[in-house]
Design a binder for this molecule. Structure first.
Ligand SMILES: Cc1cc2nc3c(=O)[nH]c(=O)nc-3n(C[C@H](O)[C@H](O)[C@H](O)COP(=O)(O)OP(=O)(O)OC[C@H]3O[C@@H](n4cnc5c(N)ncnc54)[C@H](O)[C@@H]3O)c2cc1C
Length: 387
């Protein structure tokens, strides 16, 4: 086994640190507080070739793999500048388009997306179906002329209004009429400015520059040219992007944890309240050291999952474990860091408490930890299904 990163991979990992010299956590937080998308930073990331990390070079991308995307996101989050839109857009949507798009779709969308000229969001969650995607009821009804009419509702769609297109998970056959529960799903590329789309922001209590939206589709007209892959076969494509999503979230969780702990270590080495710096107290030091251990273990698993993915080997157990472990580790890391700061940890000036909501989100979304454990229990360990 070779754990050494290549020179290129090391540069990719370190990119976040160089980006942060211009676009740092303060810039990110300033946008998060206004819920304003950090356009200039995104454009810079695109210009530096990272939006298209996993897109083939022929379509304007870098032609690299999941491991490079994982390293890039770890490095960015190490600086406290995580971007959810890079997960739903750059990784999930662009990979699906690269792997399953028609030639016309690839020519039309990929180069522009890699340049940062257009953005994609990803819409799967529905208010009623929730975690149970099989029960999704957003329907793209086939018409006699070969076109489709889209009706339904999606919720918590990150960056929906600010994106140009959404990759929308629909049913073209209702779940009550399919032989196999995963049949009848179709993915559509939907122009977010199309007639019949309404969006309402959902105020969430997480400092994020991206806004979440409820999206309503009312008789939105779609054509066969908007179908990604085959009609009725969308679930297979969807399944492919779940592991990359978990790997990305694992990477971001690890980076956020490191960002909090770096701040805590600097503070605990300086702050003196009795004799010597507070960092010498084991009551502060051990939780930090434990969290550091958990973070590095989670990062190893995320990298392994990415490495397997790039070799087209099964990686679901590793991707799920990485996502679970990173969510737990980053919560522990932020909590241990917060304790070092005493009252200062809760101030805007020190900015530690602000990291907590996003770290905590990863226990619930994009897939809750209970479903991750269900997967590990059932599919990795062979225990009976509980739901
Ligand atoms: C900030 C944010 C951004 C998001 N971005 C997007 C996006 O861009 N696109 C998108 O499509 N969605 C997005 N989501 C939605 C997110 O993926 C869902 O909220 C998440 O998958 C959970 O679904 P739910 O909220 O319907 O919870 P529910 O399905 O109602 O589940 C509630 C709780 O029940 C428990 N639970 C459910 N099922 C089981 C089970 N079988 N066994 C044990 N426990 C169970 C879990 O603890 C779960 O947290 C986002 C959400 C947030 C908060």
């Amino acid at each position: 086994m070779d754990f050494e990163l290549s020179q290129e991979q090391t540069m990719i990992y370190e990119y976040g640190a160089s980006l942060a010299r211009t676009y740092d956590r303060t810039y990110w937080m300033e946008h998060a507080e206004r819920r304003a998308f950090p356009e200039a930073m995104y454009k810079q990331i695109a210009a530096d070739g990272f939006v298209g990390t996993m897109v083939p070079e022929a379509y304007g991308g870098a032609g690299l793999g999941m491991l490079e995307m994982e390293l890039f996101l770890e490095g960015l989050s190490n600086q406290g500048i995580p971007l959810l839109s890079l997960v739903v857009g750059a990784t999930m949507t662009l990979s699906m388009l690269s792997n399953h798009g028609s030639e016309a779709q690839k020519q039309r969308y990929l180069p522009a997306a890699c340049r940062g000229d257009i953005r994609f969001c990803f819409a799967i969650t529905e208010p009623d179906a929730g975690t149970n995607t099989i029960r999704a009821s957003t329907i793209a009804k086939p018409q006699a002329d070969g076109r489709f009419r889209l009706n339904g509702r999606k919720t918590y769609i990150t960056d929906a209004r600010e994106s140009d297109y959404a990759l929308v998970v629909t049913r073209t056959t209702p779940h009550t009429e399919v032989a196999k529960k995963t049949d009848g799903f179709t993915l559509f590329i939907v122009d977010m400015r199309a007639k019949g789309i309404e969006m309402h922001p959902i105020p969430v209590s997480i400092p994020l520059p991206e806004t979440q939206y409820q999206v309503f589709f009312d008789d939105v007209e779609l054509g066969p040219e908007d179908v990604l892959g085959e009609v009725g076969k969308g679930f297979g494509i969807l399944f492919e992007c779940l592991n990359p999503e978990r790997i990305c979230v694992g990477a971001i969780g690890c980076g956020l944890g490191r960002f909090a702990m770096d701040k805590a270590v600097a503070y605990a080495n300086e702050r003196v309240v009795f004799n010597g710096p507070i960092g010498a107290y084991q009551a502060l030091q051990h939780p930090l050291a434990r969290a550091k251990t958990e973070i590095e273990l989670a990062a190893l698993m995320a990298r392994k999952a990415a490495w397997l993915f790039d070799r087209k080997q099964p990686c679901a157990p590793e991707a799920n474990m990485a996502k679970y472990a990173a969510a737990e580790a980053s919560i522990h890391a932020v909590d241990a860091s917060l304790q070092c700061f005493g009252g200062n940890g809760f101030t805007k000036e020190y900015g530690i408490f602000d990291i907590f909501p996003l770290a905590r989100l990863f226990k619930t979304a994009p897939l809750n930890s209970e479903m991750v454990l269900n997967y590990i229990g059932e599919h990795v360990m062979g225990l009976p299904r509980s739901y």
